[in-house]
Unconditional design. Structure first.
Length: 392
């Protein structure tokens, strides 16, 4: 432990902001880690890094630096800050606030997820803030267009975000028909049809080999070998992993669905080693005991591994899922099975939908198993050729 660098974290208010300051002796590796997370900022006057104070950000620091540094924690981290936090308030009348609260209740009654409700609430609140005190009955489709032109475009919101806003507004018009916005001519822009980035089998193995941290390697292997979304990995509990049957139960995933996926045979020794070493309590991967790991940490160490592996493609955790599906298809797996394994519900996503029994799922070999077999076979052939040449 004595050979590890030391970082110090301290909580302090600055310019109406409640911040965590991180200081350490100059270390290129630590600076590289900080820059890759894209969560920290540099303060010139204090000559140290900082980010907004929150319990989740304290956890993030432990997740990023816990295994590679000694962390000195100032008592201020546990104290209430005296520095007032500056808030940006929307200008919305009390009457409109009450209408928005009703809209939120309406969405809950329709059984939308809390994530969707929060997103739709934000869009409608921002729209009301933009139109300011104009009575709702006087709003028209042109006001919607102006909001998009003056708010969405300058903020560089994506097509996907634009579509979400229109969906939120369409539901609001149904909830509050007094508004003069014509629901029928509210059109969502067409979805972007961008091809996903795909990694080759060799690149996947290279990333795993270049990931020296056991926990990080187990996470990358789990995402790729089972085709998990990042949220599914973070929510994966230990009792949903059946090593004997080589199955993983993905619970309450996107669309409130459960599904079974394959646990790769080649992953089992790695997973057992990881579980024995780190001993997580509740979740497969944890930041603190019984608490979920952070998506930001996964993205950060995956990016580092790709850099070490000299992979120049833009790689995210979802790239591993895209690669999993593509490799299954290339290995001759039927599209119906792939749809079941990925948890897709819309037919256009994987073209055909069918229910796949657990018996059929167990017969499917994970692309990670196939990739390792290919590499092992190639290495054996190469060794045999070298041996033959030596005797000659």
């Amino acid at each position: 432990m004595s050979g590890l660098p030391v970082i110090s974290i301290k909580r302090e208010g600055l310019k109406n902001q409640d911040l965590i300051f991180i200081s350490f002796k100059y270390n290129e590796d630590l600076i590289s880690v900080i820059k890759e997370t894209k969560r920290f900022r540099w303060n010139v006057s204090k000559r140290c890094w900082y980010l907004p104070f929150s319990n989740s950000n304290v956890d993030l620091i432990h997740q990023i630096f816990g295994a590679i540094t000694i962390i000195n924690i100032d008592q201020s981290i546990y104290q209430t800050s005296k520095q007032p936090v500056k808030k940006i308030n929307r200008v919305i009348s009390e009457e409109n606030k009450e209408i928005i609260r009703g809209y939120v209740s309406y969405l809950r009654g329709k059984r939308y997820s809390e994530s969707t409700i929060k997103t739709y609430f934000t869009f409608i609140a921002d729209f009301f803030d933009f139109v300011n005190l104009i009575p709702l009955e006087r709003l028209s489709n042109r006001d919607v267009e102006l909001f998009i032109e003056k708010v969405f475009i300058p903020r560089n919101y994506s097509i996907s975000t634009h579509r979400q806003f229109i969906s939120a507004l369409k539901l609001f018009v149904v909830f509050y028909p007094v508004i003069r916005i014509d629901n029928l001519i509210l059109h969502r822009p067409k979805k972007s049809r961008l091809l996903p980035t795909i990694l080759s089998n060799e690149e996947i193995i290279s990333i795993l080999r270049c990931t020296k941290n056991l926990k990080h390697r187990a996470i990358i292997a789990m995402i790729y070998s089972a085709g998990l979304r990042i949220s599914e990995l973070l929510n994966l509990k230990l009792n949903h992993i059946d090593i004997q049957r080589r199955q993983i139960m993905v619970k309450d995933s996107k669309g409130r669905k459960d599904r079974n996926v394959i646990l790769a045979q080649s992953c089992i020794p790695l997973i057992l080693n990881y579980l024995d070493t780190y001993k997580p309590n509740l979740y497969f991967t944890e930041g603190k005991p019984s608490e979920k790991y952070s998506a930001e940490s996964v993205r950060a160490f995956l990016k580092r591994s790709c850099k070490i592996a000299k992979i120049t493609k833009s790689v995210t955790p979802h790239t591993l899922r895209h690669s999993y599906a593509t490799h299954l298809l290339e290995n001759g797996i039927d599209l119906r099975y792939i749809q079941e394994l990925l948890g897709h519900s819309k037919p256009e996503t994987t073209m055909i939908y069918t229910h796949v029994s657990k018996k059929d799922l167990l017969r499917i070999e994970s692309p990670l198993d196939i990739a390792i077999k290919k590499i092992t076979k190639a290495e054996n052939i190469e060794n045999e050729n070298r041996l033959s040449q030596h005797h000659l």
